[in-house]
Design a protein around this ligand. Structure first.
Ligand code: ADP
Length: 243
């Protein structure tokens, strides 16, 4: 479903991703773990070209992009196949919850307004916000705002949803409600790549855990493999620090 091949990225002289290859199957939930600064977010952002990789290829479904000669049309095509859920929610402040979700359908999918409204309301209901359709982000908790962000991502019916530390800006008591929604979506078989520090979530929900450090994938495997039987010393050190 998703195939990243030989992705590299630098910021100035700092090499942040070094020749990374990763494939994700349809319906798979891949959790990316690793210390801060290891390149996790940059890798995720490369998947939908919010960061431009220096080389390599990105394939999503039947679409393949050669990063050394990507054109604007190709990048838009890639973006239509992916949706991102951001750490800071990235909602429009002057739009209600409903309008935030509708925007994606009106602009990206060019859906008629009545249909977009009905579909957005249904998605907000699905993430437990059926009674908050007309609230502005400033009147919603962080957890509720993030659930709007998730509804918006679902609205696009992407082939993969990319979650960039979706709970790290939340108060601790709000983390659970957002993870619960992500867990429900995962059960529906939507393909997802999740960058998170939530080890419990990784253990329960991931089909595969990828451990990154220093811009490379150090090891990957099932949660059991990586948490119970890590092969690499760097992984063991990381797990000792965080558990
Ligand atoms: P992680 O998600 O694992 O914490 P990131 O991918 O956010 O790591 O960052 C990897 C490295 O790249 C860090 O050293 C970070 O400072 C640097 N970096 C990330 N984005 C930028 C940027 N836009 N400009 C310059 N440096 C960046």
């Amino acid at each position: 479903m998703i195939e990243l091949s030989h992705i590299s990225k630098s910021f100035g002289r700092q090499e942040v991703l070094r020749d990374i290859s990763l494939s994700v199957k349809t319906g798979e939930v891949v959790v990316i773990l690793g210390p801060s600064g290891s390149g996790k977010t940059t890798l995720l952002r490369c998947v939908n070209y919010l960061e431009k990789p220096f080389g390599g290829t990105i394939a999503v479904g039947d679409f393949r992009l050669d990063c050394s000669q990507a054109k604007r049309g190709d990048i838009l095509k890639l973006r239509r196949k992916t949706a991102m859920v951001f750490q800071q929610y990235n909602l429009f402040r002057h739009k209600t919850a409903l309008e935030n979700v509708m925007e994606a359908l009106l602009v990206v999918k060019r859906m008629p307004a009545a249909e977009a409204r009905a579909r957005s309301a249904a998605l907000l209901d699905k993430v437990g916000l059926g009674d908050k359709l007309n609230e502005y982000p400033s009147r919603l908790s962080g957890g509720q705002q993030q659930r709007v962000g998730i509804a918006r991502a679902l609205a696009l019916e992407p082939e993969v949803i990319l979650f960039d530390e979706p709970t790290s800006a939340l108060d601790p008591e709000r983390v659970g409600e957002v993870l619960e929604v992500i867990r429900d979506i995962a059960r529906e078989g939507i393909t997802m790549i999740v960058v998170t520090h939530e080890m419990g979530f990784a253990r329960d929900v991931a089909n595969r855990v990828v451990f990154m450090d220093g811009g490379v994938i150090v090891e990957e495997g099932t949660p059991d493999d990586v948490f119970q039987r890590p092969r690499e010393e760097r992984t063991r050190q990381f797990l000792r620090r965080i558990t």
